[in-house]
Design a protein around this ligand. Structure first.
Ligand code: FAD
Length: 300
């Protein structure tokens, strides 16, 4: 397949992508599109992705913003999709809609249990795992490239890193084209996990997901949801300046720059930034990486 995300991940320079989420209100929407314009002008990512929410209206917003980012801002856009609450027929309808709107790649996930529920329960005629959604798309819509999620510190529900890795292998065997990871703050976790995944047979590109931290409060909230660990050294650096928003964000930028630098040196095929619809920190990291000599899409 020509010029697919996977083919670019297998070539040079490293692929740069950023993730947006559908905002809740008008102020959030204005901020998303301000950010999109800055990211477009200064970072020129290879592609952007738009997360998929748990509720009905959030889902419509995924599509609405994915379309606008594609049609008005000219990004290559990969919408996310989850199995939460969907029958197979609904999934068919959504995926056909993605195809008709001109999207060519989907990030396929199981999704988290809806608010108030502790365990994930698949729709009676739905899919139970991320690997099932990968297989479903590849089987019925082979024209799509499919990304899947990976967890360097293991998925919070998994008993062990090894059992989670064998489930990552299922996603690969189901036909996933690449893996993007959950955010993490200690590169050793990623590098050890990646080596194990590759040794097990995960032979598709694995892209680390990084989030430049904005504040200690924010990162604590995030890690509460996703199970990532905040290294003591990062916590101490944030605590030392806590309350000074600019200084906290600067610590986050420095940490993400150090992480990205080391990961690029270790040969990762790309970096996916969780930008939280904000541009400043990610752009600061990308500028630093360019200064350090990494050939990323932007250079200004
Ligand atoms: P799965 O791969 O299905 O794994 C879930 C759990 O089941 C794991 O513990 C795994 O080890 C286990 N498991 C997997 N397969 C099997 C099997 N065959 N048998 C037994 N156990 C198995 N969430 C959203 O709601 N919207 C988004 O847009 C979104 N985007 C994301 C993007 C990325 C890059 C990542 C990493 C996560 C994203 N998430 C998103 C979060 C994700 O939905 C949750 O982490 C969810 O709990 C797991 O989804 P998954 O597809 O990785 O799950």
């Amino acid at each position: 397949m020509a010029n697919t995300i996977a083919s670019r991940l297998s070539a040079k320079p490293p692929v740069l992508s950023v993730e947006f989420f559908p905002p809740k209100d008008e102020a959030g929407e204005a901020s998303l599109y301000r950010t999109a314009a800055q990211i477009k002008e200064e970072a020129r990512p290879d592609f952007v992705s738009v997360t998929y929410g748990a509720g009905g209206t959030t889902r419509e917003r995924t599509l609405q913003h994915a379309r606008r980012l594609k049609d008005e801002y000219g990004f290559e856009v990969m919408p996310h999709l989850t199995c939460v609450g969907h029958s197979r027929d609904e999934l068919r309808e959504i995926i056909s809609g993605f195809r008709d709107d001109g999207f060519r790649a989907i990030m396929a996930l199981r999704g988290d249990p809806p608010k108030g529920e502790k365990t994930f329960k698949p729709h009676p005629d739905g899919l139970a795992y991320g690997s099932d959604l990968v297989a479903f798309i590849k089987d019925e819509y082979p024209e799509f490239e499919v990304g899947a999620g990976g967890y360097p510190e293991k998925h919070p529900e998994a008993d062990t890193l090894d059992s989670d890795l064998s489930n990552l292998l299922k996603k690969t065997r189901a036909g996933a084209d690449f893996i993007t990871t959950q955010l993490f703050f200690d590169n050793r976790d990623f590098l050890t996990w990646r080596d194990k995944a590759q040794a097990l047979g995960v032979n598709i590109p694995i892209v680390p997901g990084l989030m430049p931290v904005l504040s200690l409060k924010q990162v604590e909230r995030f890690c509460g949801f996703c199970g990532a660990t905040i290294p003591q050294a990062l916590r101490e650096r944030l605590e030392a300046v806590q309350g000074d928003a600019k200084a906290e964000a600067r610590v986050g930028q420095e940490w993400a720059t150090e992480q990205a630098n080391e990961l690029l040196e270790s040969g990762v095929p790309g970096i996916h930034f969780y930008i939280l619809n904000r541009s400043e920190s990610t752009l600061a990291v990308i500028r630093e990486l360019s200064r350090a000599g990494f050939s990323l899409p932007q250079a200004s």
